[in-house]
Design a protein around this ligand. Structure first.
Ligand code: ZN
Ligand code: ZN
Length: 135
């Protein structure tokens, strides 16, 4: 039995992934199992649970803030936009504290939309008050 990669070199073991014989130079030990170069990549992929702590977490608060800001564009802006602004600032704080958390772009978008809509609401309320006072 010779190594699949190295003709003439005796294989020491078989790969756990593809069951082909390989020499000691080709085999890599991953959590007690022997893999060849090709199978090693698959065995070490995140789906195998090897590196779950590197994964990023989408910030739910940023998502909520953006949804509130967008819904607020169409209805209940005077209520929804302040909520969106509060959620967005909470999200930014969470993202700043946790480098693995994503969604700062969403939080920023929610802040911008929220501020603009809120200002428009305040202007329209002031105009209404003026119109009522003038009538
Ligand atoms: Zn293999
Ligand atoms: Zn080999």
């Amino acid at each position: 039995m010779e190594c699949k990669n190295h003709p003439g070199v005796d294989a020491v073991s078989r790969c756990e992934g593809c069951a082909e014989p390989f020499c000691s130079n080709c085999l890599v030990d991953i959590s007690g199992k022997q893999y060849c170069g090709a199978c090693k990549t698959m065995a070490a992929s995140p789906t195998a649970g090897a590196i779950p702590e590197e994964a990023t977490i989408p910030c739910k608060e940023a998502n909520d803030a953006l949804i509130l800001a967008i819904v607020g564009l169409f209805c209940f802006g005077i209520i929804l936009e302040p909520l969106a602004l509060i959620k967005a600032s909470k999200a930014k704080k969470m993202i700043a504290e946790n480098p693995r958390m994503t969604g700062s772009g969403k939080a920023t978008a929610a802040t911008i939309i929220g501020s603009i809509v809120l200002v428009l609401w305040i202007i329209s309320i002031i105009l209404n008050v003026i119109a009522i006072a003038a009538s």
